[in-house]
Design a protein. Structure first.
Length: 94
């Protein structure tokens, strides 16, 4: 079904961009946005800042599955357990 799947062995669990810096400067209220999928963070930030529609594109077919898992995690875990589950901040203690 996906002949190029062996190529996709990496997912990006979090962005390395400082989205909290530039998203507040964008006017996304009721906007239609197209963004790369990657970690899904750009999609979530776009929605959080009022986009009415977000189109996500990515060559990696696993990106959508990871995004769905991340959204489910947001709905299920508190902040600390979300970060533990996804391995964020594993070298830090809060």
């Amino acid at each position: 079904m996906y002949p190029i799947l062996p190529f996709f062995h990496n997912l990006y669990p979090a962005t390395n961009e400082e989205l909290y810096e530039f998203f507040p400067k964008l006017n996304l209220k009721n906007a239609s946005v197209m963004t790369v999928g990657s970690s899904g963070d750009q999609v979530l930030y776009s929605l959080m800042f009022g986009a009415k529609e977000v189109v996500c594109v990515d060559i990696n077919p696993f990106t959508k599955f990871f995004y769905d898992l991340k959204v489910a995690g947001i709905g299920h875990f508190d902040f600390t357990n979300f970060n533990k589950y996804f391995g964020f901040f594993s070298s830090f203690s809060f």
